[in-house]
Design a protein around this ligand. Sequence first.
Ligand SMILES: [Zn+2]
Ligand SMILES: [Zn+2]
Length: 277
Amino acid sequence: MANESKCPECGGARYLVERKGEKRIARACRCNDACDSCGGSGRIHIEKDGYGFVQTCPCRAIAQRLTRFNQAGLPARCGLSFDEFLPQNSAQEEARAVAYTTAKRYRPEEPTKGFVVAGPVGTGKTHLLCATLGYLTLELGVSARYVEVSFLFSEIRKGFSENRSGLDAIQPLVDADVLAIDELGKGRQSPFELDTLDELIARRYNTNRTTLFATNFGLQPEDPRARGYHDPAAKLASNLLRDRVGERIYSRLHEMCHLLQFPQETQDFRKKDRGTR
Ligand SMILES: [Zn+2]
Ligand SMILES: [Zn+2]
């Protein structure tokens, strides 16, 4: 494909990503129908060691990757490109590097450490989750899911009301090779919801699956003034992730993930320049 002239519509990527309602959707570019290698038939003839074979043309492999992308459920509002994520400080620079490496070096057969990115609203945390999942699905064909924690909890409650056990109701999130959970720590979070979240994270940990997280709550662990809450209302008011999700989940994140904290003074991308996140 290296010496083909690039399609003006997709720039040679062979797919286009669009917004559809609340989600991002990818579709095959028209240039796939006029593939130079197979003439659109989807099959190519190759010679190897004096034998001829018929093979599926690489232009058809894209269908599965597009399906993976569309199944991931990425939100329409987020950026997808690592290049469009513009760090304002070294913490954001590091986070971009970690996310980029997570995507590029991902191997399904090897356990890959995920990451937790924590910081104020509008600092590109969702962008990093989506750029990572976008690359994994579109370029590598990895199965992935994006979910906001409030949606995750509502699925758990729905499953419970239908008499399905916690994880049954969210099986695609258990099974995805890579799962991204956004807005971790948000919401009221009943013990039942947190137990199911804990079970989900434990299951993914035990099966060596990669999980990514974003949160508006802080990771700074050792502020003694923040420790020792026994009053649930005080926990709810805490701005530390550890208090929000509990010790068990928090310590699991430490084992599974690189921890990335943006400083509180990191500016809101959306306020600075609308449209670039
Ligand atoms: Zn094209
Ligand atoms: Zn082809």
